[in-house]
Design a protein around this ligand. Structure first.
Ligand SMILES: NC(=O)c1ccc[n+]([C@@H]2O[C@H](COP(=O)([O-])OP(=O)(O)OC[C@H]3O[C@@H](n4cnc5c(N)ncnc54)[C@H](OP(=O)(O)O)[C@@H]3O)[C@@H](O)[C@H]2O)c1
Length: 266
């Protein structure tokens, strides 16, 4: 992206949750001026982004944009007719493949990405992959948009996107699953609900902050606690024997299969 140049960006489904989070991140990062930002809605025009261009006409939005972000649900994409010939089309939709994006929107420049809910706090992990026609300037645009939302990585295959849809597309879901199980156990041991909830939530936030500062590898963290031979080591060993790793692996496989099947039916 040319330094200092505002990007004309159009978010289809901009009234939705993720589209709105991406638009906010793009504005905050100064990638697009508000007047160069366009968003489409289907039912109700939101009050958000008052200086941006809002429309219910997706083709009009595409025509005034250099980059079109597709942020409708995969089921709604099935009926979305937008000609984006020659434009850069960036999908955040789970499951929809590059070849389908290029064919439907009549472009050879498509990008498939998969952000997560932490885009709202600019901490999304976003893997992406592009069709072969993107040049370095297009790639810089993709990196800028998703750096504004958190951290991005260009990955090697769509299979990796399908896998990461389960792993990181889930956002807070799996840490919440662990926290919920810990909270239920605390309550079963007589702690009151409020204390249990504050305890596990603070535990997660603290772990996140430590990780943010130190960027430790999880393997090293687990090893350190095992070597300490305290209460945490006792818990980790028992959880492993009970099949913790296997349960996670089975969950990831189920998500991966679901992601692939969403692409097959689209
Ligand atoms: N949420 C996440 O954590 C997450 C993570 C990774 C990827 N994604 C992907 O992000 C996409 C959006 O998800 P979301 O959670 O933001 O869903 P959402 O809040 O339901 O947003 C989708 C928006 O698209 C609008 N829409 C549907 N058809 C439209 C059309 N033809 N023209 C204009 N707007 C249209 C919907 O309008 P109505 O209000 O009329 O329904 C809604 O506002 C999905 O494809 C999902 O796979 C989401």
């Amino acid at each position: 992206m040319e330094a200092g140049k505002s990007l004309r960006i159009g978010v289809i489904g901009g009234a939705g949750w993720l589209g709105g989070a991406i638009a906010a991140a793009v504005l905050d990062a100064g990638i697009a001026d508000p007047r160069d930002l366009g968003l489409s809605y289907r039912s109700t025009r939101p009050d958000r982004f008052p200086d941006a261009f809002w429309t219910a006409d997706n083709q009009a939005l595409a025509d005034r944009s250099d980059v079109i972000v597709l942020s409708v649900r995969p089921a709604d994409w099935a009926s979305l007719e937008v000609d984006a010939e020659g434009k850069l089309v960036v999908s955040v939709m789970a499951g929809i493949r590059l070849s389908a994006l290029c064919e439907r929107h009549r472009t050879r420049k498509a990008v498939r990405t998969l952000p997560n809910a932490a885009a709202e706090v600019r901490k999304s992990y976003t893997p992406w992959i592009a069709s072969s026609n993107l040049n370095e300037e297009d790639r810089a645009v993709v990196r800028a948009i998703f750096d504004a939302c958190g951290i991005q990585d260009e990955v090697r295959s769509e299979t990796e996107i399908d896998y990461l849809t389960g792993l990181t597309g889930s956002g807070p879901a799996f840490p919440a699953l662990l926290a919920e199980a810990m909270m239920a156990d605390a309550i079963a041991h007589g702690l009151d609900h409020r204390v249990a909830r504050r305890a596990v939530n603070t535990l997660l936030v603290g772990a996140g902050r430590l990780l943010e500062q130190r960027d430790d590898c999880p393997t090293e963290t687990v090893r350190t606690f095992l070597d300490y031979r305290g209460t945490t080591a006792a818990a980790i060993e028992e959880m492993m024997v009970a099949g913790f790793g296997e349960a996670v692996a089975r969950g990831m496989t189920a998500a991966f299969k679901k992601s692939v099947s969403m692409g097959e039916t689209s």
